[in-house]
Design a protein around this ligand. Structure first.
Ligand code: HEC
Length: 141
């Protein structure tokens, strides 16, 4: 007969593939996470830099204010005992040269053998000391 539709084995064909979807949707949230981490990483990097060199206001508070006062007047309990100079006094500021200020902070202040103020060269970098000079000058009226 030959009129029969030949068995093409249709039913044996592999099932049709599912229609192509969005390329792997799971990768999208991952991409978002990565872009969110970048600013965070930059922020942490920034904090690291701040931790290395403290701003002068912080150094003044931590190292100097207990004697010279947060306001630079030297009117603290220790400051009065040590007869510290008032950095908000224009005459006091006029008497100090930049070099003297840098030297006092770097090498300390001595009266003969007696240490009146300790040296900060071990604790502060030259850059931090230069910033403290600017900080001392800011008390000038
Ligand atoms: C223990 C108290 C004490 C601390 C802390 C201290 N100083 Fe002094 N400082 C003194 C004394 C005392 C003198 C000497 C004052 C004098 O000439 O009789 C002095 C002197 C100075 C001078 C020289 C000018 C002047 O007034 O005689 C500068 C500038 C100065 N200090 C800045 C600083 C800075 C900046 C810090 C912090 C990094 C600091 N001091 C921490 C006690 C202190």
């Amino acid at each position: 007969m030959g009129g029969d539709i030949p068995d093409t084995g249709r039913e044996k064909l592999p099932p049709p593939r599912p229609p192509p979807t969005h390329p792997n949707p799971r990768s999208l949230p991952a991409m978002h996470t990565r872009t969110k981490l970048l600013p965070l990483a930059l922020a942490l990097f920034g904090l690291g830099l701040v931790a290395q060199a403290a701003p002068s206001v912080e150094n003044w508070e931590n190292h100097c204010a207990k004697c010279h006062g947060a306001d630079g007047k030297g009117a603290t309990k220790v400051g009065k005992k040590l007869k510290l100079r008032d950095y908000t006094d224009a005459a006091v500021q006029a008497k100090m040269t930049d070099e003297e200020i840098i030297k006092a902070i770097t090498d300390g202040v001595f009266e003969g053998e007696k240490e009146k103020m300790k040296a900060y060269k071990e604790e502060l970098t030259a850059a931090e000391i230069a910033e403290l000079l600017a900080y001392v000058r800011k008390f000038r009226p």
